[in-house]
Write a protein that binds this ligand. Structure first.
Ligand SMILES: [Zn+2]
Length: 324
């Protein structure tokens, strides 16, 4: 093969690659836009603000992707309403779509798109059903919380959904998927894979994160969109901060020197925003520092509706650093 041929082959491959990846990005954008349209439509029909519907939908989509016992979402919406709940516990047909029979058996399934069927697999029907369920309790925040309590019976789930709702309302969109490396591009940041290692202080604990070595006072950036769920001192982590993103992922930053002004519990952050500064706090009573070299301990945890588990942030950190 001549050099020219090889060159044109390469050009062709590069071009195809660009076309494919831009098609993919477009499709993703469209998904988010279609979802938001679905939330707005359901909000108009049920009086439940769109960002609450979006938050519930997103919460359920997240847990379905992280659990073996739940099917992956098949369409635009992520809600999984159990067939018995949908059709009614005593309904002989768990896949009932007749709204009258569903109502007769006290199922919650409803027809949202007016085609005469209450179909669990139909995004409009599923979301409308959830909206109507909440509507029975009320349409404002305190009543929505009561409705969620009745549906989920878990404080943590309600807290996560409320945080999601706050993010969607604040940013006015559901596409909140950008990420940032936690240290600015110009700053030194050395890290290697240390997740699962044994730790030196406080008994037998495994290392649930990646240590990123940087100079004292280096800005620490939020890696995702999220809401500050926890802030303050802990004898292990020192000055630390925990932020929950819309994918149910909890980002934990520890051993800080201090926090950025204005960052407090409930604050909304976006990727790349300064949340604090690198330090060496921790491993003792409040204010202890200097027991180890300054670094950022960064951990990632995922809530699947039942438990919260740590996973290795290293591959993500590497990708985000490369993208900077
Ligand atoms: Zn660490």
């Amino acid at each position: 093969m001549s050099l020219q041929k090889i060159f044109s082959c390469l050009c062709f491959l590069l071009m195809m690659n660009t076309i494919f990846s831009s098609t993919f990005v477009k499709a993703e954008e469209n998904t988010y836009q279609s979802r938001k349209a679905l939330y707005l439509k359901t909000a108009a029909l049920t009086d439940i603000p769109w960002y609450y519907l979006a938050a519930i939908d997103q919460y359920e989509r997240n847990i379905r992707f992280s659990r073996q016992d739940l099917p992956d979402p098949k369409n635009l919406q992520g809600l999984y309403i159990h067939p018995l709940e949908w059709s009614g516990p005593l309904n002989p047909n768990p896949h009932e779509t007749d709204p009258m029979r569903i109502a007769f058996f006290s199922g919650i399934g409803k027809d949202g798109n007016g085609d005469g069927k209450a179909d669990q697999e139909n995004p409009e029907d599923a979301l409308y059903t959830m909206g109507k369920y909440i509507h029975k309790f009320g349409t404002t925040k305190p009543f929505i919380k009561i409705a969620l309590w009745n549906y989920y019976h878990k404080d943590k789930v309600i807290a996560i959904i409320m945080e999601n709702a706050k993010l969607y309302q604040h940013f006015g969109k559901v596409e909140l998927t950008d990420h940032s490396f936690p240290i600015p591009r110009r700053n030194r940041a050395d890290f290697r894979s240390t997740w699962g290692d044994r730790r030196g202080w406080g008994g037998l604990r495994i290392h649930e994160g990646t240590d990123i070595f940087a100079f004292y006072g280096t800005p620490v950036l939020a890696t995702s969109y999220g809401v500050v769920e926890l802030i303050g001192w802990n004898k292990y982590g020192g000055w630390r901060i925990g932020i929950r993103d819309p994918k149910n992922i909890y980002h934990y930053y520890a051993h800080l020197n201090g926090y950025n002004k204005g960052i407090k519990k409930g604050s909304i952050v976006k990727p790349g925003q300064v949340i604090g500064y690198v330090g060496s706090s921790g491993y003792g009573p409040k204010g202890t520092q200097g027991k180890f070299p300054p670094h950022l301990h960064y951990g990632m945890y995922k809530y699947n509706g039942k438990t919260e588990f740590s996973f290795d942030p290293y591959p993500y950190l590497r990708a985000w650093r490369r993208q900077q």
